[in-house]
Ligand binder design. Structure first.
Ligand code: BES
Ligand code: MN
Ligand code: ZN
Length: 460
C-alpha cells in the first residue's frame, strides 16, 4: 500500500469537508457555533481551492474545510484535492463527505504528495489519509506507485539516466514481476539489423540499446508497448537552441510511461501477453554523428533520408515498431515525446493520439476522461503522407515546412506498422511546466493511466 494511506489510525483522523459555493451554507450550519464564528472571522466562503483548519476548544485541528468547484463548472478539476498534502499539517485525515469523484480525489491526494528527493533531502509527506469505504486502495496504490516511477525516471537528470540506467530500471521492473529481460547493445544493433537505432545513438559515448521485456501467458492476447527512450536530445548536428534543449532530459518520457504502464499491467495481473520494447539512446553530437541528408536503411527495409537530425525519436521508434510488428501483436501501442508541434496544437497537458481503430479511439477517449488523464484524437491524415517523400530515398524523416508536425510524425511511424491488428500512437509531453493540484512541476505520467483502464476493461 502507498505510504500515504492508513487503514486504521491510532489517533482519530481529522475530518475533511469538501465545500462548494452552493453547499457551503448547509455545511456551515452543521458546524458547532464556535467553528462557524471562526470560519466567518477567517473570511472562509468555500471558494475553489480555499482551505481552512478549524480548531477544537483545546486548540487542536478538529476539522478541515476545502473548497471545490461545482461538478458542472467550466474547467472542473477532479484532481483539486491533490493540493491538500501540500496544505495540511502533519497528521491523519479522512473524508467527512464525498468529493465529486472519491476515487480520483484519493488518487490525486497520493499524486500530490510526490516529491523528487534523489539529489537533496525531501522529507516524505507526513500527511496520512484513511481512505473512504468502497475505494479500491490497492488499485490506487498501484497507480500512484507507477506514476511516481515515471516521474522519477523523467526527473532524474541525463547524467544519471543514460541508456544503461534506463535499461537497469526496466530490468528491476522485470525482476520484480518475473518478466524476461533482454537488451541488444551497441554494435550488436548493427548485426541484428536495427540501423536507425544505431544511427541515432552512435555519437554518444553511452552505447545505444534496445530493451526487450516479455511477461505473461504466451496464449493470451499480445499487447506490445514501445516507448521513445531518448535519454537526452541535443538535436544532434541540427542542434537545438539552448531554451529548447533545457528540458530534454525528459525525452525518455515515452519509455518512462511505458514502464509505468507495464508496472500497472503486471501488478494487476491482466490477462495479456505483454512485450515492452524501448530503444534507449542519447541524441548526441560528435564526429561520427549522423548528418543532415545522410541516408540509412531501416530495419523494415525502406531507406530513410535524414532531413533533420532532431527528428530522431521517429527514427528509433521506426525500428522498434517494425520489430514489434514482426510478431503481429493484437495491439501495438507507442508513446513518445515526439514533436514540439503536438504542444503547439494542444498544449502540454493534452497529448494527441492517433489510431485507425475506431473502437479503440472511442474507448480511449472515454477512459481518458474517466481517469482524468486527458488525451485528444488527431487524424492520420492520408493526404499529408506524400509530404514524407524524399527525392533520393524512400522516405524523409522531417518534411520541410513544418505544417502539421505531429500528424506527419504519426504518418512516418505508420509506414513501419503493417501486421499489428491494431495500432495506437500517443505524442506525449511528459512534463508539467507549472504545478497544478496532484501534478507537481516536472516529469509527468501521461496516457499510461488511461491506457491501463482500457486494457483492464478488455483483459481484466
Ligand atoms: N524531443 C523532440 C520533441 C519535443 C520538443 C518534445 C520539445 C517536447 C518538447 C523531438 O525529438 C524533436 O526535436 N522534434 C522536432 C521534429 C522536427 C525537427 C521535424 C520538433 O518537434 O521540432
Ligand atoms: Mn529531437
Ligand atoms: Zn527527441
Amino acid at each position: 500500500m502507498h505510504a500515504m494511506f492508513q487503514s486504521v489510525s491510532d489517533q482519530p483522523a481529522v475530518p475533511i469537508s469538501f465545500v462548494t459555493r452552493s453547499s457551503w451554507d448547509t455545511i456551515r450550519a452543521g458546524l458547532p457555533e464556535a467553528a462557524q464564528r471562526f470560519a466567518a472571522a477567517a473570511g472562509y466562503n468555500g471558494k475553489p481551492g480555499q482551505y481552512l483548519a478549524l480548531p477544537t476548544a483545546e486548540g487542536d485541528i478538529g476539522h478541515v474545510l476545502f473548497g471545490l468547484d461545482e461538478a458542472d463548472a467550466k474547467g472542473h478539476d477532479p484532481f483539486r484535492p491533490g493540493a491538500l498534502p501540500g496544505l495540511l499539517p502533519a497528521g491523519s485525515y479522512r473524508f467527512a463527505n464525498a468529493p465529486h469523484d472519491a476515487r480520483l480525489a484519493v488518487l490525486a491526494f497520493a499524486l500530490g504528495a510526490y516529491k523528487f528527493g534523489r539529489y537533496r533531502h525531501a522529507e516524505p509527506s507526513a500527511v496520512k489519509l484513511v481512505p473512504p469505504d468502497g475505494i479500491d486502495v490497492a488499485a490506487i496504490s498501484r497507480t500512484a506507485e507507477a506514476v511516481a516511477l515515471a516521474r522519477d525516471l523523467i526527473n532524474t537528470p541525463a547524467n544519471d539516466m543514460g541508456p544503461a540506467e534506463l535499461a537497469e530500471a526496466a530490468q528491476v521492473l522485470a525482476q520484480r514481476f518475473g518478466a524476461t529481460f533482454d537488451t541488444i547493445v551497441g554494435d550488436d544493433l548493427a548485426t541484428r539489423n536495427f540501423p536507425l537505432i544505431r544511427a541515432v545513438g552512435m555519437a554518444s559515448t553511452r552505447a545505444p540499446r534496445l530493451i526487450d521485456l516479455t511477461w505473461g501467458d504466451a496464449s493470451h492476447p499480445r499487447v506490445t508497448l514501445v516507448g521513445k527512450g531518448v535519454c537526452f536530445d541535443t538535436g544532434g548536428l541540427d542542434l537545438k537552441p539552448s531554451s529548447a534543449m533545457l528540458i530534454m532530459k525528459k525525452d525518455m518520457g515515452g519509455a518512462a510511461n511505458v514502464l509505468a504502464l507495464a508496472s500497472m499491467i503486471m501488478d494487476a495481473g491482466l490477462k495479456l501477453r505483454l512485450r515492452v520494447l524501448i530503444p534507449a539512446v542519447e541524441n548526441a553530437v560528435a564526429g561520427n554523428a549522423m548528418r543532415p541528408l545522410d541516408i540509412f536503411a531501416s530495419r523494415k527495409g525502406p531507406t530513410v533520408e535524414i532531413g533533420n537530425t532532431d527528428a530522431e525519436g521517429r527514427l528509433v521508434l521506426a525500428d522498434a515498431l517494425a520489430y514489434a510488428d514482426e510478431e503481429a501483436p493484437d495491439l501495438l501501442i507507442d508513446l513518445g515525446t515526439l514533436t514540439g508541434a503536438a504542444r503547439v496544437a494542444l498544449g502540454p497537458d493534452l497529448p494527441p493520439y492517433y489510431t485507425n481503430d475506431e473502437a479503440l479511439a472511442l474507448d480511449l477517449a472515454r477512459h481518458a476522461k474517466a481517469e482524468h488523464d486527458p488525451l485528444w484524437r488527431m487524424p492520420l491524415w492520408a493526404p499529408y503522407d506524400s509530404w514524407l517523400d524524399s527525392k533520393v530515398a524512400n522516405i524523409n524523416n522531417a518534411p520541410s515546412g513544418g505544417f502539421a508536425g505531429s500528424i506527419t510524425c504519426a504518418l512516418f511511424l505508420q509506414r513501419f506498422v503493417e501486421a499489428a491488428r491494431s495500432w495506437l500512437h500517443v505524442d506525449i509531453y511528459g512534463w508539467t511546466p507549472k504545478a497544478k493540484p496532484g501534478r507537481p512541476e516536472g516529469g509527468e505520467c501521461q496516457a499510461a493511466r488511461a491506457i491501463f483502464a482500457l486494457l483492464s476493461e478488455r483483459y481484466g
